[in-house]
Write a protein that binds this ligand. Structure first.
Ligand code: UDP
Ligand code: MG
Length: 317
């Protein structure tokens, strides 16, 4: 019988985790011909998520991994993919924003010969308008300037076959941006739309600032266009400065008088100064990425787990 692993990252989800397991079980119990298991990743929760997970894991179809601290959802998904051996792996949020009812359809996609069935939100009713506006901009920008294509609304809710999971796990970068990685590895993907719903309980872990940093990470992880843009704008500014210099010299020679221009000089200094600082910032983003990657620290550390042979991230490094 083929095996499906459902990986569920959980961070402070004590209000919703039992409900999630109950609702999801209703769907998976009806799926025949597959051995379906759950792997919950407790991402260093500070509430009693872990003790609730231990309760859930008394069922024979569930296991948990608990991190030594909060490493973030990307790390949780990575460790989930790394610690599963099923023929198919599903990534799913624990707040029921990813409808379990889609699972049979996702399995069908893989049976049809696709390597992955991924979902995207057809609407974003659960999000505030400002977040929707910025998210739309982000997808437009990142698809334009990078060589990966991330469909707007595509989340992490997807089912992948073993071939694709192995490819994703093989990308062992420390600063992970899964949406980009899924697209980068390629493979045949079937897309399924779903209606956005509000979380069943609890609160989102994403503040506006966290999302902004995440967006910058996404762009710098898959594109060097900002660096090129800095060089191009730098060249344009130098060229304009040169033209202006010639204009000033000629005007002084022809008109024979001093060129008064205190205001324009100050404006130019501020403009060029600002541009240099911005360029340093862009360079800094990439240098920080290199710095974190060369340290090659593990993406996650396991505090405790119910798995007998769990894989730490440093074991293969
Ligand atoms: N999550 C996690 N670690 C974190 C933040 C979130 O494992 O540091 C999990 C969280 O428990 C949930 C999923 O990632 O299962 C999505 O988080 P959330 O619902 O807060 O994000 P949103 O749906 O608002 O994008
Ligand atoms: Mg959510």
């Amino acid at each position: 019988m083929k095996k499906i692993d459902i990986v569920v990252p959980c961070y402070n989800e004590s209000e919703v985790i039992n409900l999630f397991y109950r609702e999801c079980k209703k769907v998976t119990d009806k799926i025949e011909g597959y051995n379906i298991r759950y792997l919950f990743i407790d991402d260093g929760s500070s509430d009693d998520t872990l003790s609730k997970l231990k309760g859930i894991c008394e069922n024979p179809d569930a296991d948990y991994i608990s991190f030594s601290r909060n490493f973030g959802k990307e790390a949780a998904m990575y460790s989930g993919l790394k610690n599963t051996a099923g023929d198919m792996v599903v990534l799913m949020d624990s707040d029921l924003q990813h409808p379990p009812a889609l699972l049979p359809q996702m399995i069908k996609g893989i049976e049809e010969g696709y390597d992955c069935t991924a979902t995207y939100r057809a609407t974003r009713d659960g999000d505030p308008p400002l977040r929707i506006a910025f998210t739309n901009r982000f997808y437009k920008l990142v698809n334009k300037i990078s060589d990966v294509n991330m469909p707007n609304g595509a989340g992490d809710f997807r089912m992948m076959n073993r071939k694709m999971v192995n490819a994703v796990v093989a990308m062992s970068e420390v600063q992970r941006f899964s949406k980009g990685i899924f697209s980068w590895v390629g493979f045949k993907t079937k897309w399924i739309a779903f209606q956005d719903v509000e979380r069943a309980a609890g609160r989102t872990k994403w503040s506006f600032w966290k999302l902004f940093i995440y967006a910058v990470d996404g762009i710098t992880a898959f594109s060097t266009a900002p660096l090129r843009l800095a060089s191009v704008v730098g060249a344009c500014v130098s060229f304009s400065a040169f033209i202006y210099l010639i204009y000033v010299i000629l005007k002084t020679l022809i008109c024979g008088k001093d060129f008064p221009g205190f205001a324009s000089v100050v404006t130019l200094i501020l403009f060029i100064g600002g541009f240099i600082i911005l360029t340093c910032g862009i360079l800094g983003e990439y240098i920080a990425k290199i710095y974190m990657e060369v340290k090659n620290r593990p993406v996650y550390l396991i505090g405790e787990t119910s798995l007998k042979d769990s894989k730490e991230d440093y074991e293969i490094k």
